[in-house]
Ligand binder design. Sequence first.
Ligand code: AGP
Length: 523
Amino acid sequence: MHNGIIENFLDLKKKLEAEGHIFASQTDSEVIPHLIEVGLSKGNDFEEAFRYMARQLKGSQAIVALSQSPERVLCGIRLGYAGGLLIANHKGETILGSALPAMVPLFEQDMSSSHEVVFLESEEMVTVTRSNTIYQNLDGHMLGKEPVSVAVSDLSSDKGNYSHFMLKEIMEQPDVVGATFKEREDFYNKTISLSDFQISDADVLNLTRVILVGCGTSLHAAQVGRNWIEEFAGIPASAESASEFRYNHLTVDSKTLVITIGQSGETADTIAAMEHALSKGARLITICNSEGSQATRIAESTLNMQAGLEIGVASTKTFLASLCTVLILAMYLGQIRGALNSLQMGVLIENLSTLPRILGDLLGDTGKYKDLAQIISGYDDLLFLGRGTHVPIAYEGALKLKEISYIHAEGYAAGEMKHGPIALIDSNMATLALAPKYQLYDKMLSNILEVKARDGMVAAILTEGDVELGSRVDVAAYIPPVPESLLPMVLTIPLQLVAYYVALAKGCDVDKPRNLAKSVTVE
Ligand code: AGP
């Protein structure tokens, strides 16, 4: 098994072919058995031949190979940080997997206990024989690997009464949000305490820059969080795509706090970005939903998302958990730096305490988004428009729709529409506008009218009671009036549900969309 990319495979293949090896495919993975064969031909046993193979490869990957000899030796190795590899023992069997969720069906056979797993780091290898399991490095030196205990209750993969994990996970969001705030907010003293944040107050006061880093949905959470760090903590902040972070020539030093966001903690681009941040001397924390994952092992501190296991490939509850965690963190930094006074802090904390209830009420009546979904499912192209902190929410809505329903959708800053995308608007183009009543409502209204004037179909998410705008768009769904700091979370719910219902209407595999993996462990 091979998970990753062999960067020098063309050179290796050329050399092997010159030596007489015949290849049956175009894949980079095929050089692996050929190299093991070369290792064996040098008189090595299978384990040493496997190590020989691993030493020839460039790039990040995980590899597992089984010998054909009667001893049936199984070897696995992790090279670099793409492609996780972990080892569990279950009823006398040794199981290798790429990430904890892969172990869930196995663990569920024994719900009463916790399970011990060993995570491999880069250039660490496991050899499993019928009698034992040993760990060595690439040079063959023995390693004493400590197992990590994983609570089975944290890994429940039961769909319950729901038809899809995605819907179940959307429905869990009020609880997830509550768990994120619990024990971090002091409602009496109006303060935030983050016991898992290990950077001293003095160092927080010295920070000159915050960079939030993530991929996909986690990048969108970083983009919203960037605004909150600036607004509530008063620190210059930017959000960067993890896959570009290393190449962007950003000024990163010991006064920079890099915050990575990730559901899996195993995304190769995010891990590479973390390594880069450390190499520049930055302070590094991660907001993560997978305890024991690579990201949590690299970061100085981990702020756990408290979302529980997410199975649906489309991230939902971990997006909301990321948003809430980064919001709490922004408030915490603002508290230390004196950027938020106690009155402002009190209002924010009170507002946050209402969020689980508001989300619960919204999710109590999911049917109201079905009409909107029905109409949208008839279009092939969609623009998601928002302004301010809602721009990344528009990006997220578009990502959710395209990944599970395969409809082309783009998120856009509504004010940017007139600089290009407006040329696309006609009766075949649908627009989903985020237009709740808040400070940028009037600007959004003008953008909606621009689309209507060009025959575009407009679906809108509006604030309850906005009859005026409701009558001017083609179809509307409503959210309750909420304070501005809660809008990114509240607006996300209709977008998730619309994506879900559109995918259902189109007969798509909601939980396992084509071409996608839950955790992208290759660069
Ligand atoms: C979102 O629905 C996708 N599954 C994808 O964009 C995901 O957010 C991205 O691959 C990052 O994953 P991570 O949060 O585990 O790092």
